[in-house]
Every structure is written in structure tokens, then in C-alpha cells.
Design a binder for this molecule. Sequence first.
Ligand code: NAD
Ligand code: UD1
Length: 339
Amino acid sequence: MTLKKNVLVTGGAGYIGSHTCIELLNSGYGVVVFDNFSNSYPETIRRIEKITGKSVILFRGDIRDQKSLEYSLERFGCSIVLHFAGLKAVSDSILRPLEYYDINVMGTLTLLRAMQAKGVEALVFSSSATVYGEPCTLPLTEDHSLTAINPYGRTKLIIEDMLRDFQASSPLMRIAILRYFNPVGAHESGLIGENPLGVPNNLMPIVAQVAVGLREVVNIWGSDYPTPDGTGIRDYIHVVDLAQGHLRALEVLERSEGLTVNLGTGVGYSVLEVIKAFSVASGRAIPYVLAPRRPGDVAVCFADPSRATTLLKWKAQRDLAAMCADTWRFQQANPKGLS
Ligand code: NAD
Ligand code: UD1
């Protein structure tokens, strides 16, 4: 296979970035990971290389450091940037909002300046379904109104607005805004997966930790929602499907000025359905207790993925059973995560 372009992947050692690096390398792109390892480990890079049999160029740096970004773009001849780096925990963003504005917003601004300085004109940005706030209509289409209900969401919304303004002012700039729903699962090798450094907040890593015996019980945050079983419904998407969506977005960006798309499956599952599916995949009982609602949670959230189907010719392939089986494989092989 001939080598395609070199891609700078900020946050490439993280959960979604690492799975996307595998897809990039398998498709012939050269990969330059730019990461400060604040929420990941260099071991992940070694595992990406093991899975793909290809080398990754690694630059340890902070996205708020324009000189390092410019150096990496130029030194390694990158003509595209996939931008995953940032902070992502909602509860944490309420406790330390300035860190979120600094790393997410200032970091992205710095990246755009570096790209501008080096004439790099293609960017794929990790946005989130959180920009829709409380859904007014379901499924969520890309033209649903945008709002933010916490500092993390506000940083994503500010960045999206900044990207739209930047794109409008720079005719050659091509930007893909990808709005992820709920990424879960792991690479089928069991070598890489979600590896949270602290205590996880999201459902799937908590369920996996209960299954492997690291914690006793899953608290189900709310059992009185207006849903069939009373628990919250989300659009869980396998991280490998999500990663493949980035590859399709890159290809489409080559011949379009920009795009904004949902990356979700269009199917929602309740918390109880996820716990049951994980119990089947792992062969373990997963104890849970019904607890009060978590502030800020919505009852139901799922995507209308039809724009991605039409524009990217992409559709998520992996079902809930595969999401649970792959998460379980990674959790069992790495009970305490990577270090
Ligand atoms: P992650 O924490 O696993 O990965 C982020 C990576 O960025 C880590 O490797 C971390 O070390 C690096 N990083 C953080 N700050 C940095 C900085 N200042 N300079 C350089 N590197 C830095 O997160 P993830 O789940 O892979 O998420 C990737 C992106 O997708 C984030 O922007 C996140 O907001 C977005 N997103 C994630 C989810 C999700 O559920 N995981 C959902 C929607 C959107
Ligand atoms: C959360 C964030 C969202 C972010 C997304 C992906 C909040 C309010 N929202 O979304 O901004 O984009 O993660 O990182 O934090 N649940 C339990 N018990 C648990 C954990 C979760 O019952 O211990 C339930 C939740 O109430 C929800 C579902 O599981 O109904 C999924 O939760 P989670 O994985 O945290 O994702 P979101 O809340 O959708």
C-alpha cells in the first residue's frame, strides 16, 4: 500500500484517538501522535504499533504550546489534523471550569493558529451530542438547536462556533465537526480500550469494573424516567465504528469544504439493557441498586445518523453485544488498566 498523507493526531494516545490511529495506519496514513499523556500512557502507542505492525511518530507536547505544534506539523509534513486532545468529564468541568476553558478552548485556538502559520487546511474535530442540551425532538438531527448545560458542553459549543467563524473567513480551510454520541467498547484484540486514570463516571467502564470485581455495585442513576423500564436511554456506539467514521470524514473532506455530522447508531438502549447485555457477554452477575437521578442527565438521547449515512457513506456496524464483549475482553486482559 502506498503511504498516504501524514496526519497529526492530538490526543492520539487517548481512548478514541488510539482506536482512530489504528484505522489511519491500516489505511496507509502516516500517524504523528501529539499528546501530553495527562489522561493516557505511552504504552498505548506501543500497543497501536503491535496491532498494526506499523510505527507511530510520537511527540510529547501540550496543545497550548503553539511552537511545539508548529514544529510537529512542519517537521513531520502533516497536512491534516485530527483533534481529540482535551478534557471531557462533566462533573470535573463544574469543579474546575477554567482548566476546561484553558485546555479545550485555548488549546484549540492555539492549534488553529499553528495550522494557519504552517498552511495546514484540514481539521477533524471531536465534538459531542452534549451540544444539543436537553433534546426538544428525537432522534437528534444536526439542525437541532444548540445549547450547553455545563462548562464542558460550553467549551464544545464555543469551539464549534470558533471553527465555523474560522472556516467562513478562510476559503481554503476544510473542517469536519463530528458529534459523538456515547462511545463504548474496545479494540477486538483486547490490547487497547478505555483506560480512565481516575474514577470513571460513564456507565460502561463502571459496569465493566463491577463485572471484574473492582467495585461492588452499579448505581443506576434514576429509575423513574418516562422510558419503558424507567432508566435512561442512550445511543451507545462502538469506538471502532466511531474511528472508522473519522476515516470516512477525512476522505470526504478531501472534496468538500466542511461538514457537521452526528456519529451515532440511531438506536437507544436503557441502563438496565446495558447491564443485562454485559452480564451475558461476561457471564458474570452484575449487582446494581436503583438510586436517585444524576443532576444534569436527560431521559433519552439518540442520534439521527442519516446525514452520516448519506454524506460519509458510513453506518455503525457493531451491536450492543459486540460493544460489551469487546469491553469485557479489554477489561479482563487489563483489570487495572494500562500504566
Ligand atoms: P481521552 O481523555 O481518553 O483522550 C484525550 C487525550 O488527550 C489523552 O490522551 C490526553 O492525555 C490528551 N490531552 C489532554 N489534554 C492535553 C493537552 N493539553 N495537550 C496534549 N494532549 C492532551 O478522551 P477520549 O474519550 O478519547 O475523547 C477524545 C475527544 O472526544 C475529547 O475531545 C472529548 O471531549 C471528545 N468526546 C469524547 C466522548 C467520550 O465519551 N469519550 C464523547 C464525546 C466527545
Ligand atoms: C455523559 C456526559 C456527556 C458526555 C458523555 C460521554 C453527563 C451529565 N453527561 O453523558 O456530556 O458527552 O458522558 O462522555 O455527565 N448511569 C448510571 N450509573 C452510572 C453511570 C451512568 O445509571 O454509574 C446512566 C446515566 O444516568 C445515563 C447512562 O447511564 O442514563 C449513560 O451515562 P454516561 O455513560 O455517563 O453518559 P451520558 O450521561 O450520556
